[in-house]
Design a binder for this molecule. Structure first.
Ligand SMILES: C[S@@+](CC[C@H](N)C(=O)[O-])C[C@H]1O[C@@H](n2cnc3c(N)ncnc32)[C@H](O)[C@@H]1O
Length: 334
């Protein structure tokens, strides 16, 4: 059985409930430890707004420098091979992420033309379900080496990781034979129209050329915002920046680390992460105009803690960008 739970949160004006979910074995708040809850001047629910300023900005600049040393092949080896990606194991984290994404994409409420993946890194797993729904998918990353890694796979040159077992696994989730994996790989190569540079710390994270003015129909982003933000305030702001890429009413699928303070982006490259708990994720979403549909939590089994980070769990969020008229109605009620 997966160490997965769905959670309910009661925010000031929103009841956040996981519809149609039964509580998991742990029945509650997953891996919230309350042990760190933010860095530097972060305090309480939102993490001390008053102290943002130079600290956040210099932290962002320092992270940009650190990321120039990111090693795609090492990162893939640490996080996307066994035991974290063991398709024979029900409680392995990668199959859990693929199942969350598959379910979210196939519930019938996500549709449109354009899917943007924010901070793709060197990975493709996050768009394996969405590529069947959207005719256009944009992959994005800050680091040139990651964009090159993705382009190599898209051009059929292989790459640092063999994605075949991932594609086969998603074929199975879709009720198809794993033997059809080549069709799915071809579909992905067909619909990914570009691999673009992005910076989530900019008010306009992507160059606007070629993007529809109304925004994408769906965003997916995995392990990006908390891994590039020096504090909770910067994380929340980055969420607001990527929200500008999404049309009102569009969906956001967000996967991230819980209570993680660092991960390895290469041998000897410790990248700091803002440690988050579920309530902070929910508060940031509400702050930036998202209405939460579902939050699920996966707790890492002991043997999945392989020493490349201090992650404790993983959250999966399905949310919707609030329509302008709903924002007005919400404000009217305040
Ligand atoms: C932990 S990795 C996540 C990669 C991948 N999405 C995954 O699920 O494994 C964080 C990614 O954020 C990217 N990144 C770093 N700074 C960024 C920024 N300012 N804006 C957007 N992405 C950034 C990194 O290059 C890296 O690929």
């Amino acid at each position: 059985m997966l160490s997965s739970t769905s959670c309910s949160f009661y925010l000031p004006d929103t009841e956040v409930q996981a519809p149609g979910f039964s509580k998991g074995r742990r029945g509650g708040r997953g891996c919230s430890k309350g042990r760190r809850g933010g860095r530097g001047c972060s305090k309480g629910r939102r993490g001390g707004r008053g102290c943002r300023s130079n600290m956040g900005e210099s932290g962002v600049a320092a992270m940009a420098v650190t990321y120039q040393k990111f090693d795609p092949a090492a990162y893939l080896q640490y996080n996307y091979t066994s035991p974290r990606a063991d398709f024979e194991r029900q409680d392995s984290v990668v199959p859990w992420k693929l199942a969350c994404l598959h379910r979210a994409f196939t519930e019938g409420d996500i549709e449109g033309d354009l899917l943007i993946d924010v901070g793709s890194g060197p990975t493709l797993y996050q768009v394996l379900s969405g590529c069947e729904i959207f005719n256009k998918v944009l992959l994005t990353d800050f680091v040139e080496a990651n964009r090159q890694e993705l382009k190599r796979w898209l051009q059929g040159e292989g790459g640092s990781l063999d994605w075949t077992p991932y594609i086969q696994h998603v074929c199975k989730l879709e009720g198809r034979s794993p033997c059809t994996w080549k069709e799915k790989a071809a579909r992905l190569r067909e619909v990914v129209s570009d691999v673009l540079p992005i910076d989530v710390h900019q008010a306009q994270p992507l160059a606007p050329e070629g993007l529809p003015p109304q925004g994408a129909d769906c965003l997916v982003s995995c392990f990006c915002l908390e891994s590039v933000s020096p504090d909770l305030d910067t994380f929340t702001k980055a969420l607001g920046h990527i929200s500008t890429l999404l049309r009102p009413g569009g969906h956001l699928l967000l996967i991230g680390a819980l209570q993680e303070s660092y991960y390895l982006g290469g041998p000897d490259l410790r990248i700091p992460v803002v440690p988050l708990n579920e309530a902070q994720v929910c508060a940031a979403l509400q702050d930036q105009g998202f209405s939460l549909i579902r939050l699920e939590v996966y707790t890492l089994p002991q043997d999945m803690k392989v020493g490349v980070d201090d992650v404790c769990g993983v959250f999966f969020v399905k949310a919707r960008k609030i329509l302008k008229e709903d924002v007005r109605a919400t404000r009217g009620n305040m």
